[in-house]
Design a protein around this ligand. Structure first.
Ligand SMILES: *Cc1c(COP(=O)(O)O)cnc(C)c1O
Length: 416
């Protein structure tokens, strides 16, 4: 995270003082480093350069138009999971030939719009979905490329809400059913069923489950080939873990080194769908301490950001490092104390961090919740009728507002 650093005790994003951003744009405030986003994209691209894969940024990690557009300009494609994300993709002029569409509950309307716009691949998650895509494509007179999402029945060591490749998860199709489907693929007259997709989960720090899953799928592809079924595209999903605290995730290079030997055995072109890896460490959530509340059992730093702004701690028990925007040294103030950093929402589950040590924390201080670029703003809500925060993107010494703070009027705009 070399784009977030202290200079003379002040936290900077690239060459911009975060305290000044907070003063100008208010808090809570998401701040992103453009450089981190692009350099992480390039890390994956370079790690896999031998096979030149199509890299599709997983929009649900962070769907801000400016962020997606920055990636699309670099040649990145998009992995979408809804009609809303497709709409965003069109708004930034993304090429439909680089859009892949996953999700277990695609509606007929979503499918129709995606086919009309000639997206590259649907990643179909069930047989009834395959049938619906076939019907809609027939009605539109368009032959649509479809990949079957395989559930490789792999347990990836990650939070149970973000594992997706185990047999008990709702995602994908089992090998047996997938095989029957590929062997009878000519029934789907309007589809070109020529791809396989997998995505086994998120925040996976170790390459082993990826390798095991890809091996299973490579064997499956070989089996299909021996039965005259050719797989042209293999999409191995996203899921690469990042550092939140003490994890030692595989780097893009290590990941590539582990899976490339298996990928080279299959003839298919490769698609990757990284989300968190690209944006996770590229964003922070800046929040101001409203009150310091001391109780007989605990100290609370009550801040102006809550679970509606960043739900990961509440939803997954996720750990985010929390740093003071202006750091104090122990010699300035001899009090190191332990705080729960909590939001203003009326829920006991509303916290950003528990039992964190700070030196001389005071009301009005700014805190930076680190590694909040992925599944931060994109999972935010208006719970407790709280307007959602602004987002700012930093590029070198410049900062640009990429989403203004919501107003109270925004809150009620769609109601009558
Ligand atoms: C969420 C998702 C991704 C991205 O996952 P990350 O862990 O953010 O890399 C990729 N593919 C699919 C199908 C997804 O649902």
């Amino acid at each position: 995270m070399h784009d977030f650093n202290y200079r003379h005790d002040n936290l900077y994003c690239e060459s911009v003082n975060i305290e000044e951003l907070a003063r100008k744009y208010g808090t809570p405030l998401y701040v992103y480093s453009r450089n981190t986003i692009i350099s992480h994209y390039k890390k994956i691209k370079e790690a896999f350069c031998q096979i030149n894969p199509l890299i599709c940024f997983s929009m649900k990690a962070n769907s801000n138009l400016a962020i997606c557009k920055a990636l699309v300009r670099e040649g990145c494609g998009l992995d979408i999971v809804s009609g809303g994300e497709l709409y965003r993709a069109f708004k930034i002029g993304a090429s439909p030939r680089k859009i892949v569409y996953a999700g277990v509950g695609k509606t007929e309307k979503e499918i129709e719009i995606a086919i009309r716009h000639h997206i590259f691949f649907f990643n179909a998650e069930s047989i009834p979905e395959l049938e619906l895509i076939n019907r809609v494509a027939g009605r539109l007179g368009i032959r649509q490329k479809v990949a079957i999402r395989i559930n490789p029945d792999i347990k990836a060591k990650t939070h149970k809400y973000i594992t997706t490749g185990h047999g008990e998860n709702k995602f994908g199709i089992d090998f047996e059913t997938a095989k029957k489907t590929f062997l009878k693929k000519n029934r789907y007259k309007n589809l070109n069923v020529s791809g396989i997709h997998m995505h086994i989960g998120s925040q996976i720090v170790d390459a082993k489950p990826f390798v095991r899953a890809v091996e299973r799928i490579a064997d499956f592809i070989k089996d299909l080939e021996s039965r005259e079924v050719a797989i042209r595209w293999l999409n191995i999903g996203g899921g690469l873990g990042i550092i939140y605290s003490r994890e030692r995730p595989q780097t893009a290079k290590e990941y590539a080194k582990a899976v490339l030997p298996v990928l080279k055995k299959v003839k298919a072109n490769i698609i990757l769908e990284p989300g968190r890896f690209i944006v996770g460490n590229a964003g922070v959530l800046i929040t101001r301490i409203q009150y310091v509340k001391e109780t007989p059992s605990k100290n609370f730093a009550i801040v102006d950001a809550g679970m509606n702004d960043l739900i990961r701690p509440s939803l997954y028990g996720a750990y985010h490092e929390i740093l003071p925007v202006k750091s104090r040294s122990y010699s300035d103030s001899k009090e190191i104390r332990v705080f729960d950093v909590v939001g203003p929402i009326c829920e006991s589950g509303d916290f950003l961090g528990k039992s964190r040590k700070f030196i001389g924390l005071r009301e009005g201080d700014l805190l930076s919740v680190m590694s909040a670029g992925a599944y931060g703003f994109s999972m935010s809500s208006n719970y407790n009728s709280r307007p959602r925060p602004s987002e700012v993107m930093v590029e070198g010494s410049k900062a640009r507002l990429i989403r203004r703070r919501e107003t109270y009027e925004d809150l009620i705009r769609t109601e009558s």
